[in-house]
Design a protein around this ligand. Structure first.
Ligand SMILES: [Zn+2]
Length: 307
C-alpha cells in the first residue's frame, strides 16, 4: 500500500491568509522553525493501481499539480485518480470536488447523509454530473468492509468506516439536519490490502473508543492533531468555542489524545490536520518535543509512506 500526504494542515492551512497568530506571523517572518502546510489531503493506493483521494481539500488543484504521480498520462484527458472517499461534509473535506469538475468521470464514496447534504442543499456539486459518463456516487455502508478498487483493474484495497462521533457541519439547515443520521456525520477510514492496514481519522470528537481498536491494529494511523489545548482558540483571541465543542479532542490535558492513545500497540502514529495555532508546528517548542518524545510523528506535506 502506498500512502501520500499531500496536505497536513487543518482548515485555513498554515499560514492562514487572515491569521496573525504567533505561529502564522512567526512563519511569515522566519522567526520560528517550521514549514508551511496546505490543507489536509491524503492519497492511497494498492501498489501499482489507481489512487484514491481521502477527502477533497480546498487546495486540491495545487496538491495534484505538485505530485507527478497524479499527472495524466493518456492523451487527451486522463487521470490516475479513480475515486474520492469523503469522511464528512465539512467544507474542508468537500470543496476540492469542484477542482475535479473538468468533465472527468470518477467515483465518490460518501455516507448517505453526506451525499444528501451535497445534493439537496448545495446544487453546485451537480457540476460533476456533466462528465460523460457522470461521476458515480457510492454509499459508504456502516460496519462492513467495501471494495474501493477501480472496476476491473484488480485493485485489492478494501475500506471500512468507523463512527467517530461529531456532528454535521453548521451550514446544514435545521430541516435537513433533523432527517440525517448523526452516525453518518464524521467517519474515520480503515484500509487494508489483505496484509497491511492503515487508518485515517483527522477529526476525533472524543466520543467512543471503537477507533482505538482499529488504530491499534493498523501499521500506520493518521490521527487528529488539530489543537494542542482545549481552549486554544479562546486563548488566542480567535474564537469562543473549545476544541471539543467543535469536534476535536485536544492533544494535551486530561483525557486528551496523547493520554488516550499512549498505548498504540504496533501502530505508527502520525498527527495530521494541524491547526495553525497549534504550538507543535513550531519545531523548537516544548510541545513539539513532548509529542516526538512520546513516539508520535507530525505530518508534513509531500511525504510518502509505504506499507
Ligand atoms: Zn494562525
Amino acid at each position: 500500500m502506498d500512502v501520500k500526504v499531500l496536505g497536513s494542515a487543518a482548515g485555513g492551512g498554515f499560514p492562514q491568509w487572515n491569521c496573525a497568530c504567533q505561529n502564522c506571523q512567526g512563519l511569515r517572518s522566519g522567526q520560528i522553525r517550521s514549514k508551511a502546510r496546505t490543507q489536509a489531503q491524503v492519497a492511497v493506493r494498492d501498489s501499482g493501481s489507481a489512487w484514491l483521494l481521502l477527502n477533497a481539500s480546498p487546495d486540491l488543484r495545487e496538491q495534484i499539480l505538485s505530485t507527478p504521480e497524479l499527472a495524466p498520462v493518456h492523451f487527451p484527458r486522463s487521470t490516475g485518480i479513480s475515486s474520492v472517499i469523503l469522511t464528512s461534509a465539512e467544507v474542508d473535506s468537500v470543496v476540492g470536488l469542484l477542482h475535479l469538475r473538468e468533465f472527468q468521470p470518477f467515483r465518490v464514496f460518501a455516507t448517505p447523509s453526506v451525499k444528501r447534504i451535497l445534493f439537496e442543499e448545495n446544487r453546485i456539486f451537480r457540476v460533476l454530473e456533466r462528465a460523460k459518463p457522470p461521476v458515480i456516487w457510492e454509499d459508504i455502508p456502516q460496519e462492513s468492509w467495501f471494495s474501493v478498487g477501480s472496476a476491473g483493474n484488480g485493485n485489492g484495497l478494501r475500506c471500512r468506516a468507523v463512527n467517530l462521533g461529531g456532528g454535521h457541519p453548521d451550514y446544514v439547515s435545521d430541516a435537513l439536519r433533523s432527517s440525517l443520521l448523526p452516525e453518518e456525520a464524521v467517519i474515520g477510514l480503515v484500509f487494508t490490502d489483505g496484509k497491511k492496514q492503515m487508518m485515517y481519522a483527522p477529526s476525533l470528537s472524543g466520543q467512543g473508543d471503537e477507533w482505538k481498536t482499529w488504530a491499534r491494529s493498523s501499521e500506520l494511523c493518521f490521527l487528529d492533531g488539530t489543537f494542542w489545548n482545549d481552549r486554544e482558540l479562546i486563548d488566542a483571541g480567535i474564537g469562543s468555542k473549545t476544541a471539543r465543542e467543535i469536534g476535536h479532542i485536544p492533544l494535551s490535558g486530561r483525557n486528551g489524545l496523547l493520554e488516550q492513545f499512549n498505548d498504540a500497540g504496533k501502530a505508527r502514529r502520525v498527527l495530521i490536520h494541524l491547526n495553525n495555532t497549534n504550538p507543535v508546528l513550531d519545531e523548537d517548542s516544548d510541545q513539539h518535543r513532548d509529542v516526538r518524545n512520546r513516539g508520535w510523528e507530525i505530518a508534513y506535506d509531500a511525504t510518502d509512506f509505504n506499507l
